[in-house]
Design a binder for this molecule. Sequence first.
Ligand code: HEC
Ligand code: HEC
Length: 407
Amino acid sequence: MFSKQIPPLNSFFLLLLALWASAFFSGCTPQEASFRPNELHVASLSQDSTDQQVSELAKTASNHVEELFGTPDSPKWPSEIADIVDMVKVKRSAGPVGRDKSKVEYGLFRKHCVQCHGTTGDGQGPAAALLAPYPRDFRRGSFKFKSTPIGKKPTHSDLVRTLEKGLPGTGMPAFGTLNHSVEFAEDIDALAHYVRYLSVRGEVERRVISAIVNQENAAEQAKIIASKVAESWAMADSFSVKPPRLITTWVPEDQTAAIERGKAIFLSELTACSKCHGKLGDGNGTSQDYDEWTKDWTIRAGIDPNKKAEWKPMKRFGALKPVLDSARNLTLGAFRGGETREDVYLRIVLGIEGSPMPAIARKENDNPGITEEGIRDLVEYVYSLSNPVTSGAAPSNEKGAEHEQSN
Ligand code: HEC
Ligand code: HEC
């Protein structure tokens, strides 16, 4: 927007911009007038539009959303929709970093999260492009590591868990290890409310953009959309899955046999685990794919993410270089969704939303699929890949030998 019309004084202007930017990231934050409009989503839905049309449509949508949800410094919540966030906590997390008279800290999101997730929660903070995987864009309303099935929102405790424990093997830090004070536990709780707020705001914005592209009445639609999105969050707890006693209290009488049975399930056609994770679980499978955040503006918009000439023009709307969401090397044991058998069970049973990893086919009535006992054995096998059993058939040696062959 600026670049086309900067007069000769532009070096002074750039200096001001640099000063503003450094103040911004050192915590003494200036006012954040608005959330950044979602131009990438507009551009992927309306490919023939000029840059100016994209920018105007994105701004229009953003204005409708701002009426309902306010700005980064003054968030609000529409009274007509389900009351799924605590606005006192949202306000503590929002705005510039600082303390009030009683020393309570404010601006938690800008202090702890913004460098990666961006003020808008679009996953486009200044550090984002350097990270693999990229930080989550909350605006899609999808989360990967949760206790609810694909298509359902995470529960509050799912988000709290992610914030406390982080996502091992990614840039997402564990905030629970920083400080165990009562205040910090409260901060995490407040931040989880703010993630919800940003996610609802961003998903409503995406859907308002679709409404405008489809020439519906955006102002009227915005409220209807907002209440639908809020309702989907309100329902999350009712979909939360608890691992069965078979998993939580299981003490195998013969662990090696359970691992062998699990391995056969892992290699089977029915689960296809090894197609993606490789026969040895080391991530060397044949199937390679992108996540939904990338497909959203590439494949769904008719752009081939493997062809630079096709995706590169989308960078001007904020797209980051497409990176494959590869199946994990399970021998490394950095389970992002948690390292207990219960956590691994949930990942296998529920899949990982937004990633290529599907939920397992479970045996129900006459449907072909894996029984609960089979899933338990599979969990044991997956677990053994990074925690080799020392007695018995020494799976770690066998693994090493096969691995050399396959290379
Ligand atoms: C150093 C960068 C970094 C910082 C700081 C950071 N995150 Fe993240 N965050 C990430 C990355 C990277 C991912 C994506 C990991 C993945 O896809 O496996 C992520 C993912 C998430 C997710 C998605 C979890 C899911 O189930 O999909 C949430 C929620 C989240 N972060 C919240 C926060 C909050 C709140 C803060 C501040 C308290 C924060 N993050 C700070 C990098 C960061
Ligand atoms: C279509 C490909 C595909 C299939 C089939 C598949 N996975 Fe995955 N799996 C993935 C991808 C991709 C990831 C990484 C997802 C991410 O974090 O974005 C993953 C991640 C995982 C994780 C890591 C979870 C964590 O907390 O970090 C486990 C465990 C796992 N898969 C086990 C399995 C098992 C067991 C099966 C068979 C029942 C299976 N997968 C089938 C693609 C697949």
